[in-house]
Design a protein around this ligand. Structure first.
Ligand code: GUN
Length: 298
């Protein structure tokens, strides 16, 4: 028998819609005063199917709030200099406020070199070392979208971060590291764990707020979670489940075993519909912010 869900759902779709509504109003105000529409350029290299879906979703989301999008696509074997030349052109373009390089890049490209070439004022992914440095110093700047989305979600549901024991599983530049800094900024006691951490389950069980960005399907089980904790699942995996007649159907799951964990946690994000929509909402928010900052500096 399936265990009953007890936890309240942290509804990323709902909160992302609310964020988008606010952005739409800001974009409308911009358009009523000025001539230029905020613009986001997305650089996509190669044909990774997941990246193609993410990029399509980002471009669709831009349309919904009135942001113009520019897709720059390259074949998987593009020389690095061509990518850098294209980014240099986007850096100079008046019509472009935000530049996002979809990750992962093919192995022959140096991700650091490519990300470093983005103008920090247009770095809507918040991955330029200058912006990551601002974050580490607790200063204003463009911040990575997924961790920012997690923070907005926690805030929306009034989850107390101040003084809470927060455990982050995962130490990527995209999620784990920046999120740990954001939780610290809001006065959580932060523990960062990763694949080599010992006693992972034991550490996770101490968390008031447990964020899982480990990239391992259904890794976190009920025994890993303190009763009453808030659990945020950043993972996304497509898995094939056997159909009734043997045909495989696919479903999307996270890093957390939702059925098990929802019976002990107080709050939990679903996958899909949790962190994913928030990431896109923060990308749009960063683009409008970058536009406003550029307009203010002219
Ligand atoms: N690939 C997976 N997530 C992300 C993200 O947030 N930004 C970029 N640029 N690439 C990604």
């Amino acid at each position: 028998m399936q265990e009953k869900t007890k936890a309240k759902i942290l509804d990323g779709k709902l909160v992302a819609n609310k964020v988008r509504d606010g952005l739409k109003v800001r974009v409308e105000a911009i358009l009523s005063q000025r001539l230029r529409t905020p613009g986001l350029a997305v650089v996509l290299v190669g044909d990774n199917p997941a990246s193609q879906i993410y990029v399509k979703n980002k471009i669709q989301a831009c349309k919904k709030v009135g942001i113009e999008s520019f897709l720059v696509q390259f074949p998987a074997d593009v020389p690095q200099d061509d990518v850098l030349a294209s980014i240099a052109k986007l850096n100079r373009s008046e019509a472009v406020d935000g530049i996002l390089v979809q990750l992962p890049l093919p192995k022959h490209l140096a991700t650091d070199v490519v990300l470093d070439s983005v103008d920090p004022d247009k770095d809507v992914d918040g991955l330029h070392p200058l912006n990551l440095g601002y974050l580490a110093a607790g200063r204003q700047g463009l911040r990575p979208c997924t961790p920012q989305g997690v923070m907005v979600l926690l805030e929306h549901y009034n989850i107390q971060v101040n003084g809470a024991a927060a455990v982050v599983i995962g130490r990527s530049n995209l999620v784990g590291k920046p999120l740990s800094l954001m939780l610290l900024e809001k006065h959580a006691t932060v523990t960062i764990c990763h694949s080599r951490s010992q006693n992972l389950e034991e550490i996770a069980r101490c968390a008031d707020i447990l964020v899982v960005a480990a990239g391992r399907e259904c890794m976190v089980k009920q025994s890993w979670v303190k009763p009453g904790a808030t659990v945020v699942d950043v993972g996304i995996h497509k898995r094939v489940v056997p159909g009734v007649f043997g045909a495989g159907e696919s479903e999307i799951v996270g890093d957390v075993d939702f059925q098990e964990v929802a019976s002990v946690a107080s709050f939990i994000t679903p996958v899909p519909g949790g962190v994913g929509p928030m990431t896109i909402a923060m990308l749009l928010s960063n683009t409008v912010y970058a536009y406003e900052q550029r307009a203010a500096s002219k």
